[in-house]
Design a binder for this molecule. Structure first.
Ligand code: G3P
Length: 263
């Protein structure tokens, strides 16, 4: 499964099926696949001893009972933390996974959007370490990279030229430059705007330039349908079940209106 093989609209499970299982855990990624997600999205950052772990925040405070910055902990210490109970006691003991583990568990089963989240240490070795793992698991065709930081994308493209890059745009005015033609100078394969910033004009311009539009984070069915009607290529959602239901509903409606036009 490569970027161009994804269905349109593609449903990416945002941090896994994070509506039903603790975000960025193997439980959430495996559930996303069971629920029919077309791809998964995860957040990668470095530990103090140079391993890549999958966790969204810069600190462990929100998703574990511990405190402090991820990059100040070693992999072994992070692995002992309970990243499941904050979501539901049924997930007690669910660990923070390494990227290595995620690639091993589901790398050959789906398409993976790796967000490079070294925002607090933009010059660290995250791109090199991620690239080593992509090569080790031969996933160059099965991954794409996104980031709000264009420098991280330029660095990873040099390391893995075959893997697509997607530029994340912050919501509202803060993301205006990324969404503009200037953002397009990065020659990304996709733009990832926030749902409220998407317009038919933006979708047309990016697609005319050969790019795709993947929108975050869309959890309401009415928003999904509105975006599908605008022609977006995919969405990131915490609820891949709902995403698939909306995509099917959209395809049914589109097929019906084509039939009516023909008659
Ligand atoms: O990749 C889409 C989305 O994950 C970007 O926002 O805050 O979840 O990293 P955030």
């Amino acid at each position: 499964m490569s970027l161009n093989d994804l269905p349109k609209p593609a449903i990416f499970a945002h941090r896994g099926a994070s509506c039903y299982a603790p975000e960025n855990t193997l439980a959430a990624f495996k559930l996303a696949l069971q629920q029919g997600a077309d791809g998964i999205e995860l957040d990668a950052k470095l530990t103090s001893d140079g391993h890549v772990v999958v966790i969204h925040d810069q600190t462990v405070d929100r998703t574990t009972p511990h405190h402090g910055r991820v990059r100040d902990y070693r992999l072994n210490d992070l692995r002992k933390m309970d990243a499941g109970s904050h979501f539901d006691i049924a997930f007690k003991g669910e660990p923070i996974p390494s990227l290595d583990e995620v690639f091993r568990a589901v790398g050959q089963l789906t398409f993976i959007n790796v967000e490079l989240t070294n925002y607090a240490s933009p010059l660290d070795e995250l791109p090199q370490k991620v690239a080593e793992l992509v090569r080790q698991y031969k996933l160059g065709q099965r991954v794409m990279f996104s980031s709000f930081n264009p420098i991280a994308l330029i660095r990873i493209r040099r390391l893995i030229p075959e893997a697509p890059i997607g530029l994340l745009a912050f919501p509202g005015r803060k993301g205006a430059l990324a969404r503009s033609r200037i953002g397009g100078l990065l020659a990304y394969q996709s733009l990832h705007p926030e749902a409220n910033d998407v317009s038919p004009g933006l979708v047309n311009r990016v697609q005319r330039g050969g790019g795709k539009v993947f929108v975050y984070t869309v959890n309401r069915e009415e928003d999904m349908l509105r975006l599908f009607e605008m022609g977006v290529d995919g969405i990131f959602t915490d609820d891949p079940l709902l995403g698939q239901k909306a995509a099917q509903e959209f395809q049914r409606k589109t097929a019906n209106s084509r039939r009516e036009i023909k008659q």
